[in-house]
Design a protein around this ligand. Structure first.
Ligand code: NDP
Length: 300
């Protein structure tokens, strides 16, 4: 029997719908509109696309979207001044600085200049520490999206063996903290892991966040396991014509979907959840700053 395909587009649309409903209630009951400021420095084409889609999704959810586009040669001091202004703007509840930043900027310094309560990316060191100690924090969007999909599929994750492949600050590490928080037994694998296939075979839940196309093979997967594929890799697609490419995940999808119990595709799995969770985080930040109960099911 084939795996259930977890449809990230459908799930993300549901999350965005819940955010929008809550935003509508906030406006009618409290006259508050959540606001998200996105800052882009430079002209990186991929970043421009991300920023555009984030702005569009924010407006569609009924929230205020503010975009600050700065020239590539902006000084760090100018960027820090803008962040300070946004930190002090009561109509802005979430601030996101699109990464990567140009060379002259110290990314750590910039990220840590954002007010932690407005840090909707969850990258501020205070939020990292809060998450790592099991306290309420702003949670990075991609792992939050993975957690939502896992909770939806399993109900309780308590006691499950989870293997995360990848230990980045953006995905692997926060994912590990979230799954520990949900009482999984967590293993974090990485490039130095000995016998990765054997480690993955123990897992009821596999989260692959490596950035290597189809590294996770079907025979690594325990029959019936849930597989969340975070990887986004561009691979050659000669079947589409000369020089064409397509997106592929870190999991060898077709064969793996004959072994797994449930699996996310790429594209259309984790990807759409990331923006949905950015909206959810902006709403959560707005509720927290106004002492209004935060929406159920939209945060960790
Ligand atoms: P990083 O490059 O920061 O981290 C990759 C991790 O994979 C590292 O911990 C690395 O180990 C590990 N790794 C590399 N090679 C191997 C290997 N052969 N065996 C085992 N582990 C290995 O990547 P990110 O975490 O930022 O992203 C991972 C993937 O997820 C990328 O494809 C990225 O595009 C995608 N992504 C998708 C998002 C979405 O919205 N869907 C959002 C963010 C990322 P080590 O630490 O030892 O070097």
């Amino acid at each position: 029997m084939g795996a259930k395909i977890i449809d990230g587009r459908e799930f993300a649309a549901e999350v965005r719908g819940k955010v929008k409903d809550h935003v509508t209630r906030l406006a009618s009951e409290h006259s508050i509109v959540p606001g998200l400021a996105v800052v882009l420095v430079g002209q990186d084409p991929a970043s421009q696309v991300y920023v555009r889609s984030k702005g569009k999704a924010t407006v569609e959810a009924g929230m205020k979207s503010v975009e600050h586009k700065l020239a590539a040669d902006t000084s760090e001091r100018e960027l820090l001044a803008l962040i300070d202004q946004l930190n002090n703007d009561p109509s802005i509840h979430g601030i996101l600085v699109q990464l990567p930043l140009p060379e002259q900027m110290n990314e750590d310094l910039v990220v840590n200049a954002i007010e932690p309560a407005k840090d909707v990316d969850g990258f501020h060191i205070s939020n990292v520490g809060l998450l790592g100690t099991g306290r309420k924090s702003m949670v990075p969007c991609t792992p939050l999206g993975c957690l939502m999909m896992l909770r939806d599929h399993h109900g309780s994750l308590s006691g499950l063996d989870a293997v995360i492949i990848g230990r980045s600050n953006i995905v692997g590490r926060p994912m590990a903290q979230l799954l520990i928080g949900d009482s999984c037994t967590v293993t974090v694998a990485h490039s130095r892991t000995r016998d990765l296939p054997e480690v993955v075979r123990r897992a009821d839940v596999v989260v692959a966040a490596v950035g290597r196309p189809a590294i996770v093979q079907a025979d690594w997967i325990k029959p019936g396991a849930t597989v969340i594929d975070v990887g986004i890799n561009k691979v050659e697609a000669p079947e589409r014509g000369e020089g064409k490419t397509r997106l592929a995940g870190d999991v060898d999808f077709e064969p793996a979907s004959r072994v797994a119990g449930a699996i996310t595709p790429v594209p259309g799995g984790v990807g759409p959840m990331t923006i949905a969770c950015l909206l959810a985080n902006t709403l959560t930040a707005c509720c927290r700053s106004n002492d209004i109960p935060e929406p159920v099911g939209l945060t960790a």
